[in-house]
Design a protein around this ligand. Structure first.
Ligand code: 0X9
Ligand code: ZN
Length: 399
């Protein structure tokens, strides 16, 4: 233990508890660094910084305390547990990218009338010639194809931030429950008879491979940004979406930053794949003005799974002004939060963000759009996932 005011030696990285005086300090910080946790009621946030980041935060007026426990968790070498034969090393409950894809293919093979596995685009590595073959971005669609549509749709995407282990696994378990319970569970049977559920299980597979090795990787792996071999390269896909891209100080223009928005709106192939797919599946139900509401009869739910923070968030994220459909978004958001026990809030209440998935889905198309922040850590322990996150969130997804 060190006294809180002592300056750490060396280059870091460290996980710090940063005490702040007002929300403006948090929004200014969130233009270049992603706060891992924000506790507005207690006036501190948690974030990882290197030496330059530490000094920059001190200059900005934060009072910094190093969390030596979480700092020790950074850069832990990873190995399979004794007897572990599958999953992320040290975390057998989380399927790897390849295992996630194999599960989806297995569901389709076992339930061909219920499930389709579609190629909807490419990861950055796949678009590049060279050694790394990359991945297709794939959507698992679940519905009873014997009953014709059109049917209302739910779109869920997971692991757009690579290190957020619980998210892809939750979406994959959801798919398994739907496939298994069809025909015996009345709710699931009704759901798949009269709705379509579209799951982009791995929205950032290139980044996820880095995170599977234990790196706290967030962005995609685009080598054009920062430097081709830097572990700070890539673009933050949750700042790269077209709608209000880079508008409002909720993202960074610096290539090495965690919150780098990319050089142009939707510059990244992963972003393009999501935008194109969502636009192909849902009609545009909202006018072009920021104050136009979607009609009460608008159809379609969009959900982006992240971690961590135990939050249910809805648009807007780029501005504090409530969205034109704020009351309806809040009503459904609170209902979802009733199921998972999380705190419901407008996304801006956390910190300002621009170019995000949910602002795109609601702003561009008028979908009821949400972000869940699952659990309490990026590399969540498996017993927390199995005993808390999964039982809390499956009912929210089913609802
Ligand atoms: O900063 C983010 O992208 C999200 N937090 S995370 O720790 N998963 O990176 C929060 C996004 C909140 N804003 C919107 N949902 N619009
Ligand atoms: Zn995230």
């Amino acid at each position: 233990a060190q006294p809180p005011s002592a300056q750490p030696q060396g280059q870091g990285p460290w996980v710090v508890r940063a005490h702040y005086a007002d929300r403006q300090m948090v929004n200014d910080l969130a233009a270049w660094l992603e706060p891992w946790e924000v506790h507005h009621d207690e006036g501190y946030l948690v974030v990882a910084v290197d030496r330059a980041g530490y000094d920059r935060m001190l200059e900005a007026g934060f009072h910094l305390e190093i969390d030596w426990h979480l700092t020790g968790e950074l850069n832990q070498p990873r190995a399979m547990l004794p007897g572990q034969t599958s999953g992320i090393p040290g975390f057998p409950c989380y399927r790897t990218v390849e295992e996630t894809f194999a599960t989806a293919q297995q569901i389709v093979a076992t339930h061909p009338h219920l499930a389709t596995w579609m190629d909807v685009g490419d990861s950055w590595e796949k678009t590049e010639p060279g050694g790394n073959p990359g991945y297709d971005l794939r959507v698992l669609r679940l519905t009873n194809s014997a009953i014709p549509g059109p049917k209302p749709k739910l779109f869920v995407m997971a692991s757009v931030h690579a290190r957020e282990y619980t998210t892809a696994e939750l979406a994959t378990r959801f798919a398994e429950v739907l496939a298994q319970d069809y025909g015996t569970g009345p709710d699931v049977t009704w759901l798949l008879d009269y709705h379509e559920i579209h799951l982009l299980l791995q929205a950032n597979p290139d980044g996820r491979k880095m995170a599977e090795a234990g790196d706290l990787w967030r962005k995609n792996t685009n080598e054009d940004y920062c430097s081709p071999t830097s572990n700070r390269r890539g673009a933050d896909l949750n700042r790269n979406f077209e709608f209000q891209w880079g508008c409002c100080g909720g993202s960074s223009g610096f290539e090495c930053d965690e919150l780098y928005r990319g050089p142009d709106p939707a510059s990244e192939p992963e972003t393009q794949a999501v935008q194109n797919y969502v636009r192909s599946q849902f009609p545009d139900q909202r006018g072009d003005s920021l104050v136009d509401p979607a009609p009460d009869a608008a159809s379609g739910v969009f959900l982006d799974l992240h971690s961590h923070g135990q939050l249910v968030l809805w648009p807007w994220g780029f501005v504090s002004t409530p969205a034109p459909n704020a009351t309806a978004l809040q009503t459904l958001g609170r209902k979802l939060a009733y199921y998972n026990g999380y705190e419901p809030d407008q996304a801006y209440g956390l910190y300002a963000t621009d170019g995000t998935t949910d602002d795109f889905a609601y702003g561009d198309l008028g979908l009821a759009a949400y972000t869940f922040e699952l659990g309490t850590w990026f590399f969540e322990e498996c017993d927390v996932f199995e005993n808390t996150i999964l039982p809390g969130n499956l009912p929210a997804l089913l609802y």
